[in-house]
Design a protein around this ligand. Sequence first.
Ligand code: ADP
Ligand code: ASP
Ligand code: MG
Length: 442
Amino acid sequence: MQVWKFGGTSVGKPERMQSIRNLVTEDKGQKIVVLSALSGTTNSLIEIGEAVKSKNGKAAEIISSLRAHYDKFIAELYSTPEGLAKGKVIVEKEFSFIESLSQVADFGLKQDKELVAQGEILSTQMFAAFLEECGDSVVLIPALDYMRIDADGEPEFALIEKLLAVKLGTCADKQIIVTQGFICRNPAGEVDNLKRGGSDYTASLIGGAVVAEEIQIWTDIDGMHNNDPRIVKRTFPVRELSFEEAAELAYFGAKILHPSTITPAKMKGVPVRLKNTMEPSAPGTLITANNTIEADIKAIAAKDNITAIYVHSTRMLNAYGFLRRVFEIFEKYKTPVDMITTSEVSVAVTIDNSDNLDKITAELSQFADLEEHDRNQSIICIVGDFKADKSGIAIKILEAMKEIPIRMISYGASEHNVSLLVDSKDKNASLNALNEGLFNFE
Ligand code: ADP
Ligand code: ASP
Ligand code: MG
């Protein structure tokens, strides 16, 4: 069994949907196909929710232009009157629901989450109906029947495994099992989601749960590039990555993968392959437990919206227990710390969730002196092979960064990650400077 996930651009046009049908049916093995919403849809649904909440009167207009997009899409997707009739029923039903949601008087978080879920609910039904029209062996299993998160928004893996096995037991004779990425239910049984870009995570959770042969993430680029192609001109695909390297890159901002994607795959030892829908024969990137390509520096990613907090011990030298007290506060407010640097009397940490920043700093101030924290920082994460016996890598990084102020450096905690903290206004310059300084371009 394989799990193949197609992102928004891969299903975003009728001809793309038709070509992914060719891809999934040409390969004869049984597979679970996870789909995102058509590109742009999730953003439109979020906009609708915002319009309803702000009562700015724009919701109806956004709904009607989104609807027009779907009417046109299905007219091009299906080639038979029966297929088109099915498509029309799907669009009519889901848009009636979207309209009814937009009219709920006390529209709140629950309705908002039901609204954003409609993107994947539409795309998967449309795709399954298209495969049926083509006479393929297909079944649609609703993610809302098996994908579960706990009160902290974390997947309940054991429960997902159990519920999914029950669902799959009923479709053993089907070649293609279609399901929604991104969406799930929370402990209250309400519709929820795995956060933006979450369809990758869905694919990996499913791949881990069924211990798939492989998880394939199909997108609009030929694999993980060595740097962010939206910011840096000369980037190239990295052919192989270890789970650890890919996890670091995803967590630290490589948009091609949702930050948590690698966790379930790594836990169950399932390889992840990144493939390009626009160029299916390109090799893409293979992510496994081993790592065979020797390279000092493999790739760079950047994560924005980071806040740096600077804490000084008031008891000064030899104060043991100080770090424990500091970290207990972050734990209390369920706020993950990304980077840490320390000196004898000070510690600097970075966080990307600043929801509880005021409470955290108030509690830290009870036993420590705080310097003014820095918002709008970016972590630049350099991934590669930084074994302690290698020399010259740190100097290469610093040499590349010589014109750019660095706020923090984290080196040595891991053999495959060096992180730098810079002001976000210097992010693009940092990524470009490191690209030129760390990779050989002939
Ligand atoms: P999908 O809709 O298929 O999930 P995404 O837009 O979420 O696709 O992710 C693919 C995009 O990620 C690429 O088009 C590219 O612009 C961006 N990206 C950012 N960093 C990287 C990287 N290091 N390697 C490849 N793509 C990257
Ligand atoms: N449709 C969702 C989003 O746009 C999930 C995904 O595409 O992975 O964030
Ligand atoms: Mg994505």
